[in-house]
Design a protein around this ligand. Sequence first.
Ligand code: ATP
Ligand code: MG
Length: 321
Amino acid sequence: MVRLSAITPSGPVQLGNYLGAVRRWAVDGGEDDVYFISDLHAMTTSHNPSRLRALTREQLAVLIAAGVDPRSVSVQSDLVRELGALTWVLECTCTYGEAARMVQFKEKSVGRPSVRLSLLTYPVLMAADILLQGAREVPVGDDQRQHVELARALARRFNGTYGEVFAVPRAVVPPTAARVRDLADPSRKMAKSATDAAGTVFVLDPPDLVRRKIRRAVTDEVARVRYAPEEQPGLANLLEILAACTGGEPAALADGFTGYHDLKEATAEAVVEELRPVRERTRQLLDDPAELDRVRAHGAERTRDRCRHRLDAALRLSGLG
Ligand code: ATP
Ligand code: MG
């Protein structure tokens, strides 16, 4: 069973990415899976070329440092020619209405004076990512489910129209996926592209900065430590983060604290200890360009080898070459 998932270098890896995605890839992932840095997706909104390159490298290092099997990691743009070719064929399989219906497109384009065309078409590129590698399972957050449905529809339509080429993928939403909230505004999820970094813990933040951010986390006036996500979302977020780092249950952990201060201190220490080895190993990898280059080159070769016959078949059956 080939699983495929990605992280976009739109900002540095944050705690939610780590607890909700990367750490899971390290634990559940196998050699056959594909975990990649989706640098092409990061270009769908305004981007800076040198920052994009640096973040791509940094995220690659974080994935390996977090224990994701280095044989399963790659960088999306190393396959840019193959993906470009299949994206075109899939755009010729997809309708404008299907693309324009995507909730994420509507959300990200609303109220903006100028929207890149790629923001509309990137779900088709995402379908190419998935179909090219023959992935059957795509672990995603709820927000990406609709995009995987599109990939499913396009695989079926292509197979039905031109001939069987693609495996039909399905979205798997991890049952207990941590949904880490922004520390400064618990009504939002933590996101790496958030404009205000005060509520976002980045995996590479120095320990003192992590402590400061968690100490300043927004809580409430209730002054009672209990796990009540609806009434006390900020507090519940801290309990969930603590639980994710220590392996406990948020409600049971709540019983061990009398005040918010102690809970914040314990959460800060747990996060610092959880991230410490990842941060240290990432630093080492970033200081050792040869190792990162080697992993990246291997990932490029492997994903290219794996997709070649599928791409050739798709081009041939659709009347090209
Ligand atoms: P962006 O702001 O650019 O959308 P992001 O932080 O939402 O960045 P993505 O690249 O969209 O990150 O997602 C990478 C992975 O991290 C996905 O599997 C996503 O479901 C997961 N993820 C993102 N944010 C959180 C969060 N706050 N809690 C848990 N998982 C998260
Ligand atoms: Mg996101």
